[in-house]
Ligand binder design. Structure first.
Ligand code: PLP
Length: 325
């Protein structure tokens, strides 16, 4: 159970649910967990989230394993925390957790971080502490651009040899690499317009539906749902330029200049009423959506072969105001 700011109520729920390990991010949190474990009579296990100070080479806002971030404890402090709490009976501190960040696109940061952490584990074991598991977190970048991310096999080839015969249970926390390419956001073209030298495609989805481009400078491949044969894209690519495409900004209807999905992107010509797909929208998109600008969240549709079902209804104006008095 990870999270830098777990509340008492959440911790108590997690104790009742017998979670495998609480991933501890500070001495203060560990003290609180010990107090609540004693209070509820539920003993538990914990992993210390160590900050290995490794750069996952992603956006600053999705970097979590550098020293200056709020996550985990500095690797140098880990030994002191084990000497202070490593023999506690209410909370058995017996694992190490790292999570470098999200949307990483190289294997090397994992290798560097795991090597650092394995040295720590050896030291802790020789000091008499039991370390039974290593949780190497998530952050394995989803493939936003065709074949731009290492595969699971690439990660395994680099990581498994490091962890072999270490007598450590291995825990992984992949998120986006599983979910991101399972979803697309379909939006309708409202208007085409020009502004100075620029051409804009104004669509009916907004930054409230998918905020990653303005938030992280994230790339999402965008393409019309239906195109004629000459515009069928060979791959999801930043620089895909087919003859006859038009360079446009794809923007939403919200009153923010940050309300955009793509800037200066070559797209097949489109017009009012046409549908456009924003790809790789299965992670950190609908879960990051909001009602900003009094906008109702989109419906979610599950497609299974040639069948589909609405698994989340489109919000109504009544939903939007339901909690207001
Ligand atoms: C502790 C932890 N583990 C795993 C993940 C999943 O990351 P990703 O979706 O990039 O694989 C996150 C995402 O925020 C996280 O905070």
């Amino acid at each position: 159970y990870a999270g830098v700011g777990k509340t008492d109520a959440e911790i108590i729920e997690a104790l009742k649910a017998d979670v495998g390990y609480f991933n501890i991010e500070s001495e203060a949190e560990l003290e609180n967990l010990i107090r609540l474990a004693k209070q509820t009579g539920k003993m538990t296990k914990a992993a210390l989230r160590v900050n290995p100070d490794v750069d996952p080479k992603t956006h600053t806002y999705t970097t979590t394993g550098k020293k200056e971030t709020k996550f985990g404890v500095d690797i140098e402090r880990a030994q002191k925390i084990f000497s202070d709490y490593g023999k506690n009976e209410a909370v058995k501190l017996c694992a190490i957790h790292i999570h470098l960040g999200s949307a990483g696109h190289t294997v090397e940061p994992y290798v560097e971080a795991i090597e650092k952490v394995l040295a720590l584990i050896e030291q802790l074991r020789s000091d008499g502490f039991t370390i039974e598991a290593i949780d190497v977190g998530g952050g394995y970048g989803a493939d936003y651009t065709t074949e731009a991310s290492p595969t699971a096999a690439d990660y395994a080839a680099a990581i498994v040899p490091l962890l072999k015969n270490r007598n450590l249970k291995l825990i992984l926390e992949p998120g986006a690499s599983i979910a991101a390419n399972a979803g697309i956001l379909v939006t309708q073209v409202l208007y085409l317009k020009k502004g100075g030298e620029k051409k804009f495609v104004i669509v009916d989805a907004g930054m409230n539906d998918l905020i990653r481009p303005p938030l992280y400078g994230a790339f999402h491949f965008i393409w019309p749902v239906k195109v004629n044969e000459k515009f069928v894209p060979s791959r999801r690519d930043k620089d895909l330029q087919l003859d006859g495409t038009v360079v446009v900004d794809v923007v939403g209807p919200i009153c923010e200049a940050a309300d955009f999905f793509a800037k200066d992107r070559a797209l097949p010509p489109t017009k009012r009423g046409r549908l456009i797909s924003i790809f790789t929208a299965g992670a950190y998109c609908s879960t990051m959506s909001s009602n900003y600008n009094a906008r109702r969240r989109a419906a979610e549709v599950l497609v299974d072969g040639d069948k589909f079902s609405v698994i989340r209804k489109r919000e109504t104006y009544e939903d939007l105001t339901a909690l207001e008095k």
